[in-house]
Ligand binder design. Structure first.
Ligand code: FES
Ligand SMILES: [Fe+2]
Length: 434
């Protein structure tokens, strides 16, 4: 069943279908607000998007040593990622005991050669094999214990250290899925000479808003100046020249992925100094730039050093490569509630003083109590509250629709996300004027 079949014409529970309404001649691209409020839409999203797309699990650097593991919710399901002690391979297992269901990996992270289920004490090694069953003789000789190991997720692949899982065995390979997003991941990873690591420590917080609002917000250059007035004033206070503003492009990258690539007054730990980093950082950062140019040439080095990028890997992974590199994933718990998890990604061999500045930026801008994230959360929760007022059915997302080049403060890259969403949900199409 598609969302269209939940529409009013079919006697369904949605008040409108289609829910994504695009009409170039009318300069119209609008999203029905039921996409943000309906439990039917969320149930369909779980089945049609989160059960079928490649979803980010974690970074290989988080499980560097044999037996290292991290427990994660992915697509609303408990799973865990572990590096096998014998094979050295990264596995992602469904976190459920093949015996009677209990969650097997109960700690958030750690190192273990054996995972013992606390319920009846079956135990599994880090490759997933069942290695211990109390009172095994009671099962006789015919039970196939080899088939009762931990169950790996249907598909698992990694790209340059980023590990993804998919619960649909028929999905195309990860690299094909990443499409144009791959180039931007490469720019981020290459800027650290290919050796990025996740810094220990996680931001975890909730927002009372629909998850797609955060996908939009992460790519929405239009909101930056009005919403983040406090941060801009902080930059001015630090002596940063903000007169150049924010300029750049917004691009759809295929399969719903999108990016904004832009210059802005903030500094970047990858080779762009700004007053917020302090005078003593000037030289270190200049040196980094020299090294980048030597490695990649002037043009690619400038793209790494001078341009920020906010990258959305559809549906729910955002990598913000700005004054820190933040990896952020989010999951709906309800139509009006999401959980957000964020990590900091950094070059493995970073100088301690640069690492310190990066983490300062991560906490002071992106952190849940930083200078930006609370503003964004407030805006998203305000939208969600606004939807309960009724009276207005549609959100407008037509900015820049007739421009030849979509800037980072237009909305074509957001439309790219929504077109993919509509395709997967069976929710697109033209709506006559009402
Ligand atoms: S449910 Fe895990 S051992 Fe029984
Ligand atoms: Fe923001």
């Amino acid at each position: 069943m598609t969302l269209l079949e939940h529409g009013p014409e079919q006697g369904g529970l949605l008040s409108r279908s289609p829910l994504v309404d695009e009409d170039f001649d009318r300069h119209r691209f609008r999203i029905h607000r039921e996409t943000m409020t309906s439990p039917i839409v969320l149930a369909e999203e779980m089945a049609r998007i989160f059960d079928r797309c490649w979803l980010y699990v974690g970074h290989e650097s988080e499980v560097r040593n044999p037996g290292d593991y991290v427990r994660r919710p992915v697509g609303g399901r408990p799973v865990f990622m572990v590096r096998g002690a014998r094979s050295g391979q990264v596995h992602v297992f469904h976190n459920t005991c093949p015996h009677r269901g209990a969650v097997v990996c109960r700690h958030k992270s750690g190192n273990s050669k054996v995972f013992q289920c606390f319920y009846h004490a079956w135990s599994f090694d880090s490759e997933g094999a069942l290695v211990g069953v109390p009172g095994r003789e009671a099962y006789g000789s015919r039970l196939d214990f080899d088939a009762l190991g931990l169950r790996p997720v249907a598909r698992m692949e990694s790209y340059r250290g980023f590990v993804f899982a998919c619960f649909d065995p028929g999905v195309p390979d990860l690299v094909s899925y990443l499409a144009g997003a791959r180039e931007h991941l490469d720019l981020i990873v290459d800027s650290a000479d290919g050796a990025m690591e996740v810094v220990k420590g996680t931001n975890e917080y909730g927002i009372d808003a629909n998850w797609k609002l955060l996908a939009e917000n992460s790519l929405d250059g239009y909101h930056a100046v009005p919403t983040h007035d406090t941060y801009l004033k902080y930059l001015v206070g630090m002596g940063t020249d903000v007169s150049g503003g924010v300029t750049g492009v917004g691009l759809g990258l295929g399969n719903g992925h999108a990016v904004i690539e832009y210059t802005a007054p903030m500094g970047r730990p990858i080779a762009k100094w700004a007053p917020q980093f302090g005078e003593q950082a000037r030289e270190d950062i200049a040196q980094l730039r020299v090294e980048l140019v030597a490695r990649y040439g002037e043009q690619r080095a400038a793209r790494m050093a001078d341009y920020n990028r906010n990258l959305l890997i559809y549906p729910n992974l955002v990598i913000n490569d700005i004054m820190a590199v933040t990896v952020r994933t989010f999951m709906p718990l309800a139509p009006d509630r999401m959980d957000v998890t964020a990590w900091q990604l950094a070059p493995g061999d970073e100088e301690p003083q640069l690492r310190k500045r990066r983490l300062d930026a991560f906490v002071s801008f992106f952190g849940p109590a930083g200078l930006a994230t609370p503003d964004d959360s407030e805006a998203l929760e305000s939208c969600q509250l606004g939807y309960t007022s009724g009276g207005v059915e549609w959100n407008d997302l037509s900015r820049g629709m007739t421009r030849e080049t979509n800037t980072s403060i237009d909305e074509e890259h957001l439309r790219a996300f929504w077109r993919q969403w509509a395709d997967q949900m069976g929710a697109g199409g033209r709506e006559e004027s009402r």
